[in-house]
Design a protein around this ligand. Structure first.
Ligand code: URA
Length: 219
């Protein structure tokens, strides 16, 4: 029997899968089993920069006066405090390129692991201050597999007081998109690819293997 997950139109509505040829080309390098960690990390960074561009196209801007060498003129600057929240450990590889694009972004870490007995995410690291210090949070995780960590992280960010949250990843499984869009229908998902399904070990198929191991050479 085919148990493949089918996404509803509502679940698909906030899902942005890039069709940019550069992203498609670079993704094939990541999927290749022969790509070494150094190259893998570089390509994760390159795709993240391109996804960042797509995912931030609706950030608010405000007009500021700038003096050019010739005249004073109206210019635009980003009008939001932005937080980056990498999901540990593989989300760390996406932080560098995001900071290059948004140097003023704050980086907040939330550590979660999945309890082997209950299969529920348990928080082991959270140093968020009492009040939210950002207006927009970009949650970073290369692989949206079951969606458990993403949903739990976004739960925490909403309790913290962040209202505008986006998820950025490299590859999503339909299972993860469904879980995330059902739990947080207001959170758009930006990915480079939507793959076929999860296997029995919750790996994305065809996927690229373990994104953490492939970045850090720990296979
Ligand atoms: N995490 C990974 O790194 N890879 C998968 O395929 C699923 C989860």
């Amino acid at each position: 029997m085919d148990n493949r997950v089918i996404l509803t139109e509502t679940e698909k509505s906030g899902l942005h899968v890039s069709s940019h040829p550069l992203i498609l080309h670079k993704l094939s390098i990541l999927r290749d089993i022969n790509t070494e960690p150094k190259r893998f990390r570089e390509v994760v960074e390159e795709i993240t920069s391109l996804l960042c561009y797509e995912a931030t196209s609706d950030l608010p801007v405000k007009t500021v006066q700038i003096q050019t060498p010739l005249v004073e003129t109206d210019c635009q600057e980003i009008d939001a405090r932005i937080g980056l929240v990498p999901i540990l450990r593989s989300g760390m590889g996406m932080v560098g390129p995001m900071l290059k694009m948004i140097p003023s972004a704050q980086v907040w870490h939330i550590g979660l692991y999945r309890d082997k007995r209950t299969l529920q995410p348990v928080t082991y690291y959270n140093k968020l201050p009492d009040q939210a210090t950002v207006d927009v949070c970009l949650v970073l995780d290369p692989m949206l597999a079951t969606g458990g960590s993403a949903v739990a992280t976004i739960d925490i960010l909403k309790q913290w007081g962040t209202r505008h949250i986006k998820f950025l990843g490299l590859i999503a499984a339909p299972e993860g998109v469904k879980a995330l869009r059902q739990a947080h229908p207001d959170v758009p998902v930006y990915v480079a690819a939507l793959d076929s399904h999860l296997n029995d070990h919750a790996y994305i198929v065809p996927g690229l293997g373990d994104a953490g191991d492939r970045q850090y050479g720990t296979i």
